[in-house]
Design a binder for this molecule. Sequence first.
Ligand code: FMN
Length: 400
Amino acid sequence: MPQNPWFETVAEAQRRARKRLPSSVYGALVAGSEHGRTIDDNAAAFVDLGFAPHVVGHHAERDLTTTVLGVETAFPVLISPTGVQAVHPEGEVAVARAAANRGVIMGLSSFASKPVEEVVAANPDTFFQLYWSGTRDSMVQRMDRARSAGAKALIATLDWSFSHGRDWGSPQIPDKLDVRTMAKFAPDVLPRPRWLWTYLRSGRLPDLTVPNLRPPGGEAPTFFGAYGEWMQTTPPTWEDVAWLRKEWGGPFLLKGVTRVDDAKRAVDAGVTAISVSNHGGNNLDTTPATVRVLPSVVDAVGDDIEVLLDGGVRRGSDVAKALALGARAVLVGRAYLWGLAANGQAGVENVLDILRGGLDSAVLGLGRSSVHELSPDDLVIPPGFALTLGGTSVPAPVAG
Ligand SMILES: Cc1cc2nc3c(=O)[nH]c(=O)nc-3n(C[C@H](O)[C@H](O)[C@H](O)COP(=O)(O)O)c2cc1C
């Protein structure tokens, strides 16, 4: 019997992605770092949180809509920016179309495989993500291009520290695809004929360049070429963050905050929103799950700016838990990447439907009529669950 293309959970989408993708591409999406503690804790912490549902008094109609950085969304889930080279020939354009069809906001990585102009054409509610990389002039040029294309907000991701090495082994990824590299990767690719066929049918090979970092009049750099530029760039100060925000001039999301002191500095730098994020567990391993540190950050700055969360969201119930702890919305990464790998645009729509359906069930069972009514009272929070990072000032060393 042919497989039903529809899947009922994100876990099933991941199983299908694993079967479908060459192991190097699958491994690049799993990502993580070192022991993998943070990537695991991001998802496991959601399971540690329980619900306190009502038995009667449920609402027949529930409102899941909200706004994020001034943009309306059908439910509080955004596509988190990821570089999705080689997963699917339509890449971020397929993701953007799926997001538009489900009424949600598209986050586009500057390391993505599709140009911002094509992505905004597919989904006008697109936020463009930038790393602190290259010269100030090149950053201004990239922002100007995204703004002219119609991007509605800037996401500045600043939590990367170039940590690499995984106990389970990192995938080998080529710099570009020519005949020699194709022959080298044949043993990885040939056992995955459906993936290969999707590319052959599209008439192109995976393009490993990053078109949104193309200098005016120049060529798009390769992924690793762009990565090299980023590694050599002096890391930003808080003054640089304020500069970036001013240069962008519109809604500005700082992604990667886990500490209360950083959240307060972000407010001082004039950001519109932050995402409590540890880069999906790909950065410094053993950083705690984002949902554990969310309440302390909301407590510190939730009245001043919008607080979002990303990391470990795999179910609609996870979304409900993050909202109950004060997040305005969540961003998802791997969940939609598994959907894209499993079934292209329809797979991403399938994942968004799973998240929406699960969120709606939670709001129903908790006896709420709107996502805005969710609160910690809806949850069972185990003792010691919530953590505060950077919340107390460190005493100055005593002289002598
Ligand atoms: C394969 C992969 C690539 C990513 N690339 C980027 C990126 O280019 N820019 C960025 O801001 N975050 C990037 N991220 C981080 C995601 O935006 C997001 O923070 C993370 O995936 C959330 O965790 P989740 O995958 O558990 O949902 C990437 C994550 C993955 C898994």
